[in-house]
Design a protein around this ligand. Structure first.
Ligand code: NAP
Length: 248
């Protein structure tokens, strides 16, 4: 149980990749805080799955784009458990459109959740990690941050911003024994990707050397490694989990 005694907050853990990360960290001994925005039923299901496996979990609703709610997520964790050791900034949304048709709201919401959400949570959690002289922060970016994608100017900008945030935080927080890394998933089967047109999915598949879409658990395994003591000398990096689609 390499994460025994560690307290981990995973934003957007009610479904998809966030849920898989929560289950994987809990299986390694971490106590997990399951954050979600609106789908309480799914969040409770994640908590149930953690507990069924013998793990410890707390659920907390917060819109990470809102600094007050993100602060409450961190403070409630501190009140309940006394520390925040691991923060996984996973919460994300898409509002796809061509740039000429993209309205301000599509832009603001995507930047707000994907990028500002990570800033809000990191700012609040970093104070606690500095006090504890240990920390692991993982930002869930995307391969589109590196390669770009038609119809996703807002999402690509937010995810590329996360890579810059990762590098800056790695430099700023490294002297306090806190590592900060980004994980860039490729095409992973979740609710986020299930609604995409079949034609687009086939096009994507053709670009993946491993000839299959990824599983949420495969992203979670990398996150678990990066949170472990074994990854203590890795910081400021962006690592893709994409079946070989992007070579950074
Ligand atoms: P998903 O299935 O759509 O789940 C999104 C999660 O984020 C849900 O738990 C949702 O909570 C939560 N969320 C949304 N807005 C939030 C907010 N304002 N505050 C707090 N939580 C919020 O997505 P996914 O595919 O698992 O993606 C997870 C992360 O990986 C995202 O950052 C995504 O951009 C990134 N990613 C995904 C892929 C992929 O192929 N799937 C590829 C690259 C990167 P509710 O259930 O309450 O709505």
């Amino acid at each position: 149980m390499i994460l025994d005694g560690k307290i981990a907050i995973i934003t957007g853990a009610s479904r998809g990749i966030g849920r898989a990360i929560a289950l994987t960290l809990a299986k390694r001994g971490a106590t997990v805080v399951i954050n979600y925005a609106s789908n309480a039923e799914a969040a409770e299901e994640t908590v149930g799955q953690v507990r069924d496996n013998g793990g410890r979990a707390l659920v907390f609703r917060a819109n990470v784009a809102n600094p007050t709610e993100a602060g409450a997520l961190i403070n409630t964790t501190l009140d309940e458990y006394g520390s925040v050791d691991i923060l996984v900034n996973n919460a994300g949304i898409t509002r796809d459109n061509f740039i000429v048709r993209m309205n301000d709201d599509d832009w603001d919401q995507v930047i707000g959740v994907n990028l500002k959400g990570a800033f809000n949570c990191t700012k609040a959690a970093a104070r606690a990690m500095i006090r504890g002289r240990w920390g692991r922060i993982i930002n869930i970016s995307s391969v589109v941050a590196l390669a770009g994608n038609t119809g996703q100017a807002n999402y690509c900008a937010a995810k590329a911003g996360l890579i810059g945030l990762t590098k800056a935080m790695a430099k700023e927080l490294g002297p306090r024994n806190i590592t900060v890394n980004a994980v860039a998933p490729g095409f992973i089967t979740t609710e986020m990707t299930s609604g995409l047109p079949e034609e687009l999915k086939e096009k994507m598949l053709a670009q993946i050397p491993l000839k299959r879409f990824g599983k949420a658990g495969e992203v979670a395994e990398l996150v678990a490694f990066l949170t472990s003591g074994a990854a203590g000398y890795i910081s400021g990096q962006t690592i893709a989990v994409d079946g070989g689609m992007t070579c950074i």
